[in-house]
Design a protein around this ligand. Structure first.
Ligand code: DGL
Length: 278
């Protein structure tokens, strides 16, 4: 048993999809959320920059005394997940493996789509994970670079005049190719799930990478005996690197409840910290 909080991070709002699920699964756990809103999006950047940001994000959370880190970002998981897992000495959960496992279980026709950021798509990590699980799975992987700015700017309501045509534009090939399962490989994308479902129909199973990461985190904490002794009453603290007000307003729409105080922080230079305690 361990009463310390669980840390969750993303480049912005997307990791809330994991946070919401974690809170529902483990209502006694305290959570610390970090969104790097000053530098979002990560998905259009190169490997070296994403890796540096990822190390700073993780170092910030470790500085908050968390017992485990959930990397609720498909881009960081794909580009720097293996490195962070090696460098940290607390449990580290990423999104790629849990989401790929859920998709491999869900597909009936063996045709799986993956939508994610440009960096995630370039890394090939989701298709690789799916094929490692089942070499017979056919995978179509697509980048949807406009989805993150749409979400960050609050375009998430069904019928939204900007997001609706963007969803149709990006997802048309997947509809034509008959995938029956779609991995939302960027944690921002489940905020667009109602629009995606309207376009693809109920016959396509949507796999939220954020939700699957939360389920994997619960499993990992349980295995390691690190769950909180409390069954309810866990709270959540929010930290961002910019625009705390607009983060709070979109977060409240998505979470359906007030988020309280969102604290602005400066994390520059933290990548020089050792992630492992000697
Ligand atoms: N939500 C993140 C992801 O899962 C990052 C999106 C971005 O910053 O481009 O990929």
């Amino acid at each position: 048993m361990d009463p310390r909080p669980i840390g969750v991070f993303d480049s912005g709002l997307g990791g809330l999809t994991a946070l919401r699920e974690l809170h529902a699964l483990l209502p006694g756990e305290d959570l610390v959320y970090f969104g790097d809103t000053g530098r979002v999006p990560y998905g259009s950047r190169g490997e070296a920059v994403i890796t540096r940001y990822a190390r700073e994000d993780a170092a910030f959370l470790l500085g908050q005394g968390v017992k485990a880190v959930v990397c609720a970002c498909g881009t960081v998981s794909s580009v720097a997940g293996a490195l962070l897992a090696r460098e940290m000495d607390c449990p580290f959960v990423e999104v790629v493996t849990p989401a790929a496992k859920a998709a491999a279980r869900a597909t009936k026709n063996g045709r799986v789509g993956v939508i994610a950021t440009a960096a995630t798509t370039r890394s090939g990590k989701f298709p690789q994970a799916l094929r490692d699980m089942d070499p017979g799975i056919w995978v179509r992987s697509l980048a949807c670079p406009l989805f993150v700015p749409l979400v960050e700017n609050g375009h998430i309501a069904p019928g939204d005049p900007l997001a609706t045509p963007a969803v149709a534009h990006y997802l048309r090939p997947l509809r034509e190719e008959g995938v029956d399962t779609l991995i939302l490989g960027c944690t921002h994308y489940p905020l667009l799930a109602p629009l995606i479902r309207d376009y693809l129909g109920d016959g396509v199973a949507l796999i939220s990478s954020g939700r699957e990461a939360a389920l994997a985190a619960r499993e990992r904490l349980r295995e390691e005996g690190l769950l909180s002794p409390r069954q309810e009453g866990g709270d959540c603290r929010y930290f961002v690197t910019d625009a705390a007000g607009s983060f709070a307003s979109v977060a409240e729409v998505f979470l359906g409840e007030p988020v309280g105080r969102v604290t602005p922080v400066d994390i520059s230079g933290l990548e020089k910290l050792e992630l492992k305690k000697e």
